[in-house]
Design a protein around this ligand. Structure first.
Ligand SMILES: Cc1cc2nc3c(=O)[nH]c(=O)nc-3n(C[C@H](O)[C@H](O)[C@H](O)COP(=O)(O)OP(=O)(O)OC[C@H]3O[C@@H](n4cnc5c(N)ncnc54)[C@H](O)[C@@H]3O)c2cc1C
Length: 282
């Protein structure tokens, strides 16, 4: 008998799920206030008891064939190394969960004088999440990626480069790009060079790496595409493989797009062209 020790036995039988049994067994172990908790090692217990013991801050041993209380200390016995070595040991941990061989459970309970305590399956209910309402996380702003749009508008690094007057025009570029995508209801794509540029990230808050089209970006499926200030390098254009009607605006008549990658190349200043287009769109 376990003098000075509280030994409790739970009879957990029938069917149960891991999700419900783990919190219920953990709660039962904690609430019992026992030093030693005995359970019969059926499949339900073996599935959930280890996780429950961890949750309850207990230690656990399974496949135990004998428990004895010697000088106020529990000693358990089990086979190891494929039933070749018979071991006997004790633990300082409290609570200590011992899962016995099912056929030996009653015998061990009787021998140790364990108090049989009813197992309450409803304990899990207390930890169940209750939904008070649903709130949309939002995107932090209007989304510029519109998979259903007819047109893909790609902005390249040229929008951040020094222009004919020797200066950069971030604000004008941002207003022109967003003005067009809003008016034409176009999806916004980008080249890798643009989204990788820290100064562009600060100025073009409406775009991120999610907008990048290409080998290491996305492969959108819009009907038409218009690339602006984008050179048309192969790692970028490979992302256009599902876009059949392709146009581009570039100052460079020898840009990559002109090498058979676009149907129409407008050799022009994209700032001026897109500003005019925005005016025409009203
Ligand atoms: C392994 C690997 C993977 C890669 N994956 C990708 C990828 O997924 N997507 C991607 O985009 N790139 C990718 N790249 C990078 C790619 O090779 C190019 O470096 C990149 O696409 C160039 O971006 P860009 O054309 O915007 O910039 P730039 O090469 O700097 O071209 C800017 C263009 O803007 C034009 N321009 C400047 N001012 C104006 C103006 N006022 N009007 C009109 N045109 C103007 C210039 O003539 C120039 O052609 C990858 C590279 C490697 C090595």
């Amino acid at each position: 008998m376990g003098e000075g020790m509280k030994i409790v036995a739970f009879k957990i039988e029938g069917n149960g799920t891991f999700a419900k049994d783990v919190p219920a067994i953990a709660e039962a172990v904690k609430a019992s206030g026992a030093d030693l908790v005995l359970m019969s090692g059926n499949s339900r217990v073996k599935r959930s008891a280890p996780a429950a013991a961890f949750r309850a801050g207990a230690e656990i041993d399974t496949n135990v064939v004998d428990v004895e209380v010697v000088d106020g200390k529990a000693v358990e016995r089990r086979w190891v190394y494929r039933q070749r070595i018979f071991t006997e040991f004790t633990r300082a941990a409290k609570p200590w969960v011992i899962v016995t061989d099912p056929s030996l459970f009653d015998e061990i309970c009787a021998k140790t004088g364990a108090e049989c305590v009813a197992f309450t399956e409803d304990a899990a209910a207390a930890t169940r999440t209750t939904v008070n309402g649903v709130e949309n996380a939002g995107t932090g702003g209007e989304s510029t990626i519109k998979p259903d749009a007819k047109l893909l508008f790609v902005a390249g690094a040229g929008w951040t480069k020094k222009q004919a007057d020797g200066a950069v025009h971030f604000e004008e570029a941002a207003a022109t790009i967003t003005g067009f995508t809003a008016k034409a209801n176009a999806s916004l794509g980008s080249s890798k060079s643009l989204v990788d540029m820290p100064e562009a990230a600060a100025a073009f808050t409406f775009m991120s790496h999610m907008n990048q089209v290409g080998q290491t970006g996305s492969t959108p499926r819009h009907q038409k595409g218009l690339a602006t200030c984008c050179h048309g390098e192969e790692p970028h254009v490979v992302g256009w493989r599902f876009i059949n009607e392709r146009r581009t605006i570039n100052l460079d008549a020898n840009c990559g797009w002109a090498q058979g990658k676009a149907d129409v190349v407008y050799v022009a200043d994209a700032f001026a062209v897109m500003k005019k287009v925005n005016e025409l769109l009203g």
